[in-house]
Design a protein. Structure first.
Lengths: 245, 296
């Protein structure tokens, strides 16, 4: 049903730390791996070994350069982006078939691929580019928040998090209930000033981004390298003697 | 936005078809018997050809019947209902006119309302997209309705009314272009708000997430031939409004109507191509594209 739930019991989502992400794309690969082998149609590749490879991915890492106005050093910010599981998800209400839906119990936005006609309207409605129509299956693919991992009791407990979170080598991705103010992810958002992407569109994303910390500036360093302490006595003689050799 | 031929054909033909059916339903120059047969064949032909064309861009068209289920939230679903209801009611009206020589006024007015409701539903599929600022405006339904009514007025051989419609359409089209060019930046969307990094400093794309193309770039990253947009607008306006208005105000008769309609329809295709090709989606900001008319 494409009516959005009034409220959701929990708001499961990701917190992505732009300060910590090193842009290794491991989350992109683990996401593609898990979601090709498990839930729904495989994430297809077109011309994978040819001149112009293309494919479906649910998570992509952009890299940006930020140039501070105060003349501080320019920063490179790696920016992973996947479905933000918005509270007011415009992708859900536009769906004509009911394939796109938001779960009342945990807020996850999913696609029922058996009902998807591949019209693409949900991808048009998403400001974040979180949905890609699979070229082979003809159905819309999107992040499931690894719904087939997080509740999967066949997996060891430490693996019951989204594949991208489990694989991130720098700890830049955090998973939890953003509807619970006492949860670790909510505390992290609170303490680090987590923000929404494109808040002006009123989508109320669940996923939050933590800002990169400003880079340090070295204090009290002269522009010219200072002359070292000059030797005296025997060492001064030795210094001169060695120079002459 | 990618100007998919199937969607351009769909919106132009079904718009003109439903516009003509609406005029037939109102009894404006609606014939009976064989004349009515050819009139309704043209109206139904365009409307149905357009609707069939719209299924060509679906990934899984065999499940298209499911599109009737979500009328409470989805304009595409509402369009499916409105178009079927319009075609059914107008079919009853057409049968009475063709085979029994009777014009059923109440049925006709109901059918005409449903035809216009279908055009509004089609336009709302685009107008609801907050992610495409150029479309996200009441001007979009206005433009679609104006196109449909103009086509209907021309085909109904209501030459004076058609000229009035053509002038109205020219005004709406001009306002759509002028306001549309500014809307993206007026909304305040930028790479700064998209990434949330704007408060940290000037942000630019350093490296794209993938070296090849993808669905998002094919669907939303359409830039080809935008540089010809100004010329195409002049050509489009001439074909859509100016030439048909000149023909209909200086000549009458079947040939003038046919010529005016063919030229108008060609203009509608140019106009609709621009409607898609010039529309910019906010997701392009993540890929470092500057919206049209933006500075800095």
């Amino acid at each position: 049903m494409t009516c959005l739930p009034q409220t959701t019991t929990r708001k499961l989502g990701l917190v992505i730390d732009l300060d910590t992400c090193v842009g290794c794309h491991a989350c992109v690969i683990s996401c593609k791996g898990w979601n090709t082998e498990n839930y729904g149609a495989a994430l297809s590749d077109i011309d994978a070994y040819g001149a112009q490879p293309a494919g479906t991915f649910l998570n992509r890492v952009h890299s940006y350069e930020v140039e501070p106005a105060n003349g501080c050093a320019t920063q490179t910010v790696h920016f992973p982006k996947s479905c933000l599981h918005c509270e007011d998800a415009p992708c859900v209400t536009v769906c004509p078939t009911g394939a796109s839906y938001k779960r009342a119990e945990d807020g996850i936005v999913l696609v029922n691929e058996d009902a998807c006609i591949g019209c693409g309207l949900c991808a048009w409605a998403c400001p974040y580019g979180a949905r890609e129509l699979d070229a082979v299956a003809g159905v819309m693919k999107k992040c499931t928040l690894c719904v087939d991992r997080i509740y999967n009791e066949n997996l060891p407990e430490e693996d019951r998090v989204p594949a991208c979170v489990r694989t991130c080598p720098s700890g830049a991705r955090h998973f939890g209930d953003l509807g619970d103010p006492s949860s670790a992810v909510s505390q992290l958002v609170e303490s680090r000033g987590g923000f929404d992407l494109m808040p002006e569109l009123g989508t109320k994303p669940t996923n939050k981004y933590l800002p990169p910390r400003p880079k340090d500036r070295l204090q009290g360093v002269a522009s010219e390298p200072a002359a070292g302490p000059s030797a005296t006595g025997f060492f001064a003689w030795l210094d001169r003697a060695l120079e002459k050799i | 936005m990618h100007p998919a031929p199937s969607v351009i054909v769909f919106t132009v033909l079904s718009g003109a078809g439903f516009g003509y059916l609406a005029f037939l339903g109102l009894g404006l120059s609606t014939g009976t018997g064989a004349i009515a047969f050819w009139q309704f064949a043209l109206g139904f032909g365009m409307a149905v050809a357009g609707l069939v064309s719209s299924t060509f861009h679906l990934g899984n068209p065999q499940r298209a019947l499911l599109a009737f289920t979500q009328w409470r939230t989805s304009w595409l679903s509402r369009e499916a209902w409105a178009s079927c209801a319009a075609l059914l009611v107008m079919a009853g009206f057409a049968v009475a006119a063709i085979f029994f020589g009777r014009i059923l006024n109440v049925v006709g007015v109901l059918g005409a309302s449903l035809c216009l409701a279908t055009v509004v539903a089609t336009s709302m599929i685009y107008a609801q997209m907050a992610t495409v600022p150029r479309w996200n405006s009441p001007l979009t339904p206005g433009y679609f309705i104006a196109c449909a009514l103009t086509a209907g007025a021309i085909l109904s051989a209501q030459n004076h009314l058609a000229v009035v419609c053509l002038i109205g359409l020219a005004l709406i089209q001009t306002v759509c272009w002028q306001r549309g060019d500014r809307r993206f930046t007026e909304r305040g969307h930028s790479i700064a708000s998209a990434t949330g990094l704007g408060s940290k400093g000037r942000t630019r794309l350093f490296e794209a997430p993938h070296t090849g193309t993808n669905y998002l770039l094919k669907e939303f990253g359409f830039h080809v031939a935008r540089r010809h947009a100004a010329k195409l607008r002049v050509i489009g306006m001439a074909l859509l409004c100016v030439l048909p208005a000149l023909i209909l105000s200086s000549a009458s008769g079947g040939m003038a109507v046919a010529l005016a309609f063919v030229i108008h329809l060609a203009g509608a295709f140019v106009s609709r191509w621009l409607f898609f090709a010039e529309a910019e989606h906010v997701v392009q900001l993540y890929y470092g594209h500057q919206p049209q008319g933006a500075t800095g």
